[in-house]
Design a binder for this molecule. Structure first.
Ligand code: BES
Ligand code: MN
Ligand code: ZN
Length: 497
């Protein structure tokens, strides 16, 4: 997909499809008004017939109008102009792309980006319009011998802005959108790949490829390296698997040498059977998505590298399978983490925290300004928050604010959950320093409490994306979340300097 931006002109342009907005009560956007004039009122006539109700996300495709050079006009409902905001914008554009991809247009000009939208500026509108176009065009058919979906016909999208002073911002928004779209697509691809292909070794290979492509540093720690570091907790998860575990480290240095980095730690369980505490068979295939945290770190690093953000970011991805092989960890086994703390593993299915804790201890050596871990950590988080927002936990109020704000801006939202000391009691163990599970109550919180015991030395936040990283059922597939949130957080940080 190619993109360009263009200042709105009153002169007629020829396009495969002009995409213009209408509000409720037959109120036309400026672009629609211009088309109505050029067609001597034909547009209003059609609207008055009642074929489009102008609710947010309704669309009507019109072919060849007298007086208009373009082959098609796609009318997009924007709802009430007084209530037209960022959410409505995303809904309208999503509908527009669905209609565009269903028609034969190879090229389209989108005028919706020129319209005022809530608080959003032109760079946000263009960036979002680009990301949504890339998301609408996303396909994952690399595992099919014959792709079942037709290749996308739409090849070029032009996005309009109103004012000549907006040109720079529009261009910047477009470039950021392209980079973010590429990052989201990478995270989706890694997530959607099956567990027999996307193994820890595969992720390590992909990390090397990404590093080469974007001039990042890459380091892959093997089992023996991790043994030397004392990562007994991480390694205990890999015992039941024939696939060797990897600790993958990607370093992006866009900032100055002295600038402390942000560290992103992503859970990379390439398949989670539960281990000895085996999961039930139903929907177990979806546990191929248990590396989505790591996938989002890949995606975010790709996005910020492509944007050339002036910031230092380290990605740390512990990668392993969780399998019930004959050497697998058994309930009751006690392991010693890199931090020296001992853990009684009462349920081998609570493996995410076991690999993250050693990766978090490893993060200390980077002297980070902040550490954010991203993990499909608990089913309990899905029960608490469903599939709308990601669970957020943190030991730093300011960090919470920044992450929540980035989620709002990108509409890749998170919700703050508690980490109160009282919950720590649920992790008591009779035999080790603490256990890896805390009972049924507040399962997402006790998982975060476990991680909190390894993050005392830095500002830290934990995103539980168990409910948001992928979709189940008919629409089964990775969402690429929270790449948009993380990337926006880093854009904002880079701006702060
Ligand atoms: N990867 C799962 C969490 C998960 C489950 C994500 C379902 C999305 C959907 C994690 O490793 C896990 O199995 N967690 C257990 C923890 C429990 C044993 C304390 C869970 O949530 O059931
Ligand atoms: Mn598990
Ligand atoms: Zn898991």
């Amino acid at each position: 997909m190619e993109f360009s931006t263009k200042q709105l002109s009153s002169g007629s342009t020829k396009s495969d499809c002009l995409v213009v907005g209408i509000y409720t009560q037959h109120q036309l956007s400026n672009a629609a008004l211009a088309l109505d004039r050029a067609s001597k009122g034909a547009l209003v006539k059609i609207i008055k017939r009642g074929d489009i109700d102008a609710k947010v996300g309704s669309t009507l495709l019109i072919h060849t109008l007298n007086g208009i050079a373009s082959e098609r006009i796609l009318l997009v409902g924007l709802g009430d102009s007084a209530q037209y905001d960022e959410k409505a914008f995303r809904k309208a554009l999503t509908a527009a792309y669905a209609a565009l991809n269903a028609c034969g247009a190879k090229e389209a000009q989108i005028y919706l980006t020129a319209l005022p939208t809530g608080q959003a500026k032109i760079d946000w509108r263009i960036q979002q319009a680009v990301v949504l176009a890339i998301e609408a065009g996303y396909r994952f058919d690399q595992m099919k011998s014959h792709p079942t979906t037709k290749p996308q016909r739409l090849k070029h999208i032009t996005l309009a802005f109103t004012n000549p002073t907006e040109r720079m911002l529009a261009q910047q928004g477009m470039e950021q959108g392209i980079a973010l779209g590429a990052g989201i697509s990478l995270a989706k691809d890694l997530g959607n790949l099956p567990g027999n292909i996307c193994t820890p070794t595969y992720l390590a290979t992909q990390a090397k490829a990404l590093a080469k492509q974007h001039r990042m540093k890459v380091k892959v720690l093997e089992r023996a390296d991790m043994q030397k570091l004392g990562m007994g907790s991480l390694l205990s998860v890999a015992l039941g698997s024939a696939q060797p575990p990897k600790l993958i480290i990607l370093e992006y240095h866009g900032g100055t040498k002295t600038q402390k980095p942000v560290v992103l730690v992503g859970k990379g369980v390439t398949f989670d059977t539960g281990g000895t505490s085996l999961k039930p068979a139903a929907e177990m295939d979806e546990m191929k998505y248990d590396m989505s945290g790591a996938g989002s770190v890949f995606g975010t690093l790709k996005a910020i590298a492509q944007m050339r953000l002036p910031i230092n970011v380290i990605g740390i991805m512990p990668a392993t399978e969780n399998m019930p092989g004959s050497r697998a960890t058994k309930p009751g086994d006690i392991v010693t983490s890199m931090s020296g703390q001992t853990v009684e593993i009462l349920n081998t299915d609570a493996e995410g925290r076991l690999i993250l804790c050693d990766a978090l201890t490893y993060a200390e050596r980077y002297n980070p300004v902040a550490v954010i871990d991203i993990a499909t950590l608990t089913g309990a988080c899905v029960i608490a928050l469903g599939h709308v927002v990601s669970g957020l936990f943190t030991n730093d109020e300011q960090l919470a604010k920044e992450i929540l704000a980035a989620g709002q801006t990108t509409q890749d939202r998170a919700w703050l959950l508690p980490l109160d000391e009282e919950y720590q009691e649920q992790l008591k163990s009779n035999f080790a320093d603490f256990a890896n599970i805390g009972g049924r109550a507040a399962g997402a919180v006790t998982a975060a409490c476990f991680l909190a015991r390894f993050t005392k030395k830095f500002k830290w936040a934990h995103l539980d994306v168990a409910g948001t990283a992928w979709k189940s059922g008919q629409q089964k597939g990775s969402t690429g979340r929270p790449v948009a949130l993380l990337t926006q957080y880093l854009i904002n940080r880079a701006r702060m300097g």
